[in-house]
Design a protein around this ligand. Structure first.
Ligand code: DGY
Length: 334
């Protein structure tokens, strides 16, 4: 471990509450201002706390844009504790010479597990039937009590086939005997397709042929409402839709209407437009499983995400090399 005096050590901000062990490790290298109270700072409050800081560890809810970069001239790296980085304005970060990092790989399998959990829970009406039981409404067995949709040996459509999409495909194909179709901007290498037992199709075919559809694509302006009323209308009325990706990818109002009108069997949603607010229409329909953005939330995985974000700060600010950068500014800030 390098020993530097307080005056020599770079100052960083840890903008959300994280694990004590990660904080302790960061304190061995940096002057750390931590948000132990886990307050949700407004953009001006974040800017205020970033004064004099060379790095920040943050989550996907805090934007790093041109205004913040101009107001924080000493900032050199923004380390997200998330794999998604739609909170970064990458063009502005490149122009300002600020590196952004994310936390790929460490959450892949955990998030894929949760995708299957949401699919199974929505298809097999797990939470809906639990509410019924808890409400004391279960008085007798009936032949079609909470009869749901089949999952095994059906066709799973995956929109977005990065690491998490591939991990879901492997579970679905190898574990549940599902036929897997996917759509992605780029077709996967044939060896990866074979490993995932997944077939590339165009988006229209995916929507029409999938018995169930899993969304795992990154949010970009081009992907805003990529699943809206028109796309929902192409899906099978017996289908289950799972959104693990980001709010804004699905038009939640259109989805609520499709669920209410029985044009879609069910949905499993971990992310929402404008979260933590949830479209009121989604709260009113019984055939949707709603979870508060917890797909990567096991303690081991969240610890690994925090550690990787910390390693990015240590690697870049002390050794000039980030582990998992998402951009490469031509002229990094010194
Ligand atoms: C991610 O890592 O992007 C997850 O969605 C958690 O925010």
């Amino acid at each position: 471990m390098e020993h530097r005096s307080a005056a020599q050590r770079p100052a960083i901000l840890v903008a959300r509450r994280i694990f004590p062990s990660t904080l302790q490790r960061l304190r061995q290298h940096f002057e750390v201002e931590a948000n132990d109270a886990d307050e949700e700072w407004s953009p001006p409050q974040l800017i205020e706390r970033l004064q004099g800081k060379a790095g920040v560890l943050l989550t996907g809810t805090q934007r790093v844009d041109a205004a913040l970069l101009a107001a924080c001239p000493q900032l050199r790296i923004a380390a997200n504790m998330t794999v998604g980085y739609n909170n970064f304005d990458l063009a502005a970060m490149d122009a300002a010479g600020v590196v952004g990092t994310n936390t790929p790989d460490v959450l892949t399998e955990t998030t894929a597990d949760f995708g299957m959990a949401l699919l199974l829970a929505a298809a097999r009406r797990v939470t809906e039937s639990e509410r019924f039981l808890r409400a004391g409404q279960w008085t007798r067995w009936t032949v079609d009590l909470f009869a749901g949709a089949e999952v095994h040996a059906t066709t799973l459509g995956i929109l977005g086939m990065g690491r998490i999409g591939q991990a879901i495909a492997r579970r679905a194909a190898h574990g549940f005997g599902m036929r897997v179709l996917y759509h992605n901007r780029r077709r996967l290498d044939p060896a990866i397709e074979a490993d995932c037992r997944a077939t590339w199709v165009d988006k229209g075919t995916l929507l029409r042929e999938a018995d169930h559809l899993m969304l795992v694509l990154p949010y970009t302006p081009a992907n805003h409402h990529i699943i809206g009323a028109a796309e929902l209308a192409q899906m099978k009325p017996s289908a289950v839709l799972v959104n693990l990706a980001r709010g804004g990818i699905v038009d939640d109002a259109a989805l609520a209407q499709a669920l209410r009108e029985g044009r879609l069997a069910a949905a499993g949603l971990d992310v929402f437009e404008g979260e933590p607010n949830v479209h009121p229409g989604l709260l009113e329909v019984p055939n949707v499983v709603l979870t508060p953005h917890i797909a990567s939330a096991t303690l081991r995985t969240r610890q690994a995400m925090a550690d990787l974000a910390a390693d990015n700060l240590i690697g870049y600010l002390l050794h000039g090399r980030a582990l998992t950068p998402v951009n490469h500014p031509p002229q990094p800030r010194a």
